[in-house]
Ligand binder design. Sequence first.
Ligand SMILES: Cc1ncc(COP(=O)(O)O)c(C=O)c1O
Length: 388
Amino acid sequence: MRQFKETLRQLRAQGLYRSLLQTDSATSTSVKQDGQKALLFCANNYLGLANHPVLKKAAAEAAETWGAGAGAARLVSGNHYLYKTLESKLAQYKHTAAALIFSTGYMANLGTIPAIVQKGDLILADRLNHASLVDGCRLSGASFRIYRHRDTVHLEKLLQKRKSGQNVLIVSDGVFSMDGDIAPLPEIVRLAENYDARIYLDDAHATGVLGQNGGGTAEHFGLSNPRLIQMGTFSKALGGFGGFVAGTEDLIQLLINKARPFVYTTALPPGVLASALAALELVQSRPHLMAQLWENQAYFHQKISELGFNLLGSETPIVPILIGSSEKALTFSKHLLEKGILVSAIRPPTVPKGSARLRVTLMAVHTQAQIDLLLHALKDIGKKLRII
Ligand SMILES: Cc1ncc(COP(=O)(O)O)c(C=O)c1O
């Protein structure tokens, strides 16, 4: 029998050991972790909605009226009326016929991909897709080929090699979660049309961030296509919890019947649904939130580019700073924390070997003074560790 201690020892030796810190505050531009207050530059709460009074009030009122939990799966008695309202608003938001809420974004990916492709089918996936997409693809039993990151020439070569009549699904992040760059969706759609494939797009980091209304990658490129299945989350820019899939009416009916992480889990609590509804309304009625996020992104991007770090082609409020070794990335993060700034080190297997990094994320609610503090600290430590 393999000893757990030995596996843990190996993880430590490789600089890959992970441990939990305790957060003792609400998620805002600063947090208290293990008793220490720090400026927060690594949350996915892009619009600062996680602690927004409108969302909190909506959640509290719904809990007061309808209770803390749903008590059963949606197909049993947990299908609260808020689901219907929220799903129809999501479909409008994503410019699709219908939408379906899952308990998390992870479960949306784990449930949808195996429901739409099976053994004998072919999945073509970007090399830097999120782990939950990888898990969904593996679970499906379909053949699974990887194309080079954002490389549509490579994608086309793989499409040309598919067996005649084979059902093909192209799977990609919209905004890549660890690199902050954007999938070349117009070209992917063109290829899907030419080769009769479907696309599954994970817009976890694009929802509420990209496109005029925050509708995501498709809205950003002005695209709408029945081959495109869009997944999103409430857990990032929308400040809450839960995931969803938007697409055709038939797709949604199929998922209700076949997606196991949808069927076999308890429905979300009413408070979670109510706060998601409030967030969706807020993001569309207060465009200054997204405008401020992008203003912060532009400011930080310009200043950090001048420092000479490798930013891996980031185009969004996710800004990776490539370090390379896991140990060095951890040391950088530790030095930042000593200066009162929290930016976590991202290491394999979350990112490919040798590409450990700091992953800075900007929020609409960061002030320029806070961003300047981060820039100064990055410059000081970057020089000390000989990264710049
Ligand atoms: C690209 C991507 N997809 C899916 C997920 C999972 O979403 P959730 O946190 O709502 O489960 C995440 C979050 O970690 C993500 O970054």
